[in-house]
Design a protein around this ligand. Sequence first.
Ligand code: AMP
Length: 272
Amino acid sequence: MHIARTRDELRALLADLPVRALVPTMGALHEGHLALVAAARRRGPVIASIFVNPTQFAAGEDLSRYPRDEAGDLDALRGAGCEVAFLPDVTEMYPNGHATAIEVLGPALRWEGARRPTHFRGVATVVARLFGLTQPGTAWFGEKDWQQLQVVRRMTRDLALGVEIAAMPTVRDADGLALSSRNRYLSADQRALAAELPRSCRAALAAMASGENRAAACAAARARLTHLGFAVDYLAVVHGDSLEPDPPAADPARLIVAAGLGTVRLLDNFPV
Ligand code: AMP
């Protein structure tokens, strides 16, 4: 596996990779990230980027304590058959004079976008720059971050960036909790309790499938999680692409949830 830390090093490597896939990450890699690399690899050589992007963190968020494990990540990427690891630093990604950001509306406005108003602008800007630097045929994203996936799809389409966006279903632990780099901040007790999040969502989905009103099923799941000690931020059925609430029954729909447990914000989502 080749390692590039600068744009020049990356450019030199790209000459030998005419068709390539990009897997953007923030590192602290787990099986969810590696599943993206494995899926991407079936279609050609893979460039995985590791960059903890400061512009998608607001002041007071966990930028400085975001988990970092470069040696472990490089071993994991090697094991997964990644061709190029791109590890830029902040000055490579935001060189002096950097003065452009992508304003994202539509699917970026609600939910995570309302709670973290500059988050998706930071995500979109860094993803667009990564597309520019790596010029991939395909870029892979996890369904774990459903709203992010829709924002990236929308930006790629609206700006005609010419990259195919491919999605990977969420990889979960045996008890159903979605893998996330931030799960390591859960205490043992919180980690055991965290499995109630997907469990409650699945119970709500089962209730909907047997005819219960969507809003009532969501309210029941929310009440159950709150009772268990979660700080539920939102738990709602939304349109699968636009993220608008209360989609018509015939439209693609997604149950999305964000809930705090201690200091950790857990995100998950499920097809309805
Ligand atoms: P992150 O490092 O958290 O920015 O994630 C990098 C990519 O991996 C994003 O496209 C995520 O959606 C994806 N990802 C993170 N966790 C999972 C998971 N449990 N299953 C599938 N994809 C994931």
